[in-house]
Design a protein around this ligand. Structure first.
Ligand code: GLU
Length: 422
């Protein structure tokens, strides 16, 4: 069940390990460090029983994988998806470790996944499943240990249930156990839009580097949730032409630029990007990836850019809002074709960065203004972009290898300083 094979014949975890090995070759790392960093520290699998609305019992398989915590507590989201499996969660946990290190925040990496279809579950069923899952993993999470956050198909309400369940178990309110909470419960201003905003900030930096004017820049976005939908707003407000947007059912395309607010309102109202008054042609998600544009932002699921479609991609910049949307083989093809890749661990790092701000505020009972958060986020992402670009230019490697070089070397240095116990 856990050996999900993704496109191009590699499981997500194998693809991640492959990327690290490529980067390690540029770092002169001692073999024991690489060996240690390629494995996860702890993997918890639980079977979560839930009384369903029809009176029956269903058991959901769920995971929390903790990859590495040498630089700070484990950090990473929890996704609810029918195809969540151990190999995928392992890969995502590892990506979180490098991501936190690329933006240089004091966290390690973890990820959770519950194999379920939240679209077919009632709010009560989701709440029961979330609370029991939280109870099951409560020994391994905590504000100083492992701090979950939203990911695919989880949201602030789910974080509120996790926070409440954990707090009841501890006998006191513990806001710092999760990030991405509702504002009323210690969530941070700017957290909801942070990942999408980060996609915009890093893409803008890439466009400036390549000499592409932001005004009129054509952007195609796959996904229109917390990442894609938010990014679309930022691109459109900056004067870009968002020419395509999609959800799991359909994609809409208008070469003159979509009315982003209109498409998002339609998604809200009809649960689909294509609606009565949307001025656009309906295309498929596969066609969206191959559109003529300057920026392609895959902001939905992993494994969508493969050797089967990489040669057909016409974008000059790919901004990976999703985690792991490009397979290693496709990545190489794109690099050779001169496409500028903004890898996931940089492009979507805005989310975990503002999660860090939220956690800091929770631990110290502080409330930062939206302006302060916006400035700190910009500063961190611009610095990370500049550092990754400098490595790419210096070592003559693609941006993913450069980002991994930066992230993995920071973790490796910390590991070397701490050493192996005993
Ligand atoms: N799920 C998000 C990610 O993949 C956010 C993680 C977090 O804030 O901890 O980066």
């Amino acid at each position: 069940m856990d050996a999900k094979v993704m496109a191009d014949g590699l499981s997500p975890a194998e693809a991640c390990r492959r990327q690290v090995e490529v980067a390690a070759a540029y770092m002169d790392l001692e073999p024991w460090l690489v060996e240690r960093l390629l494995v996860t520290n702890k993997e918890v699998t639980v079977h979560v029983p839930v009384k369903m609305d029809d009176g029956g019992l269903r058991i959901f398989t769920a995971y929390r994988v903790q990859h590495n915590d040498v630089r700070g507590p484990y950090k990473g989201g929890i996704r609810y998806h029918p195809e969540a499996d151990l190999e995928e969660v392992r890969a995502l946990a590892m990506l979180m470790t490098w991501k936190s290190a690329v933006v240089n925040i004091p966290f390690g990496g973890a990820k959770g996944g519950v194999q379920c279809n939240p679209k077919e579950m009632s709010a009560r069923e989701l709440e029961a499943m979330t609370r029991r899952f939280t109870w099951e993993i409560s020994p391994v999470i905590g504000p100083e240990r492992d701090i979950p956050a939203p990911d695919v198909y989880t949201n602030p309400q789910v974080m509120a249930w996790i926070m409440d369940t954990y707090s009841i178990l501890k006998g006191q309110t513990v806001p710092g156990v999760v990030t991405g909470k509702p504002l009323e419960l210690g969530g941070s201003l700017g957290r909801f839009e942070a990942t999408g905003k980060g996609v915009f900030i890093t893409t803008r930096a890439a466009a400036a580097h390549l000499g592409i004017p932001v005004r009129g820049m054509r952007v195609a976005i796959q996904g229109c949730g917390n990442v894609g939908g938010v990014a679309a707003r930022f691109f459109s407000r900056a004067g870009c032409k968002v020419i395509a947007l999609s959800d799991s059912k359909a994609a809409v395309y208008n070469p003159q630029g979509l009315d982003v607010e209109h498409v998002l309102a339609c998604k809200d109202q009809y649960a689909c990007v294509m609606g009565p008054k949307v001025k656009a042609e309906e295309i498929t998600n596969a066609e969206l990836l191959e559109l003529e544009c300057e920026v392609l932002a895959p902001c939905a699921l992993g494994g969508v850019i493969t050797t089967a479609n990489a040669a057909k991609i016409k974008a000059r910049i790919i901004a990976e809002g999703a985690n792991g949307p490009t397979t290693p083989a496709a990545d190489q093809m794109l690099h050779q074709a001169g496409v500028f890749m903004l890898p996931d661990i940089l492009a979507n790092a805005g989310g975990v960065t503002v999660s860090y701000f939220e956690w800091v505020q929770n631990l110290q009972n502080l409330l930062w203004s939206e302006e302060e958060i916006g400035q700190r986020l910009e500063g961190i992402l611009q610095k990370a972009f500049a550092e990754v670009l400098a490595i790419a230019q210096d070592k003559k490697v693609d941006m993913r290898t450069a980002a991994l070089t930066l992230g993995v070397s920071r973790v490796a240095r910390a590991l070397k300083l701490r050493g192996i116990y005993p």
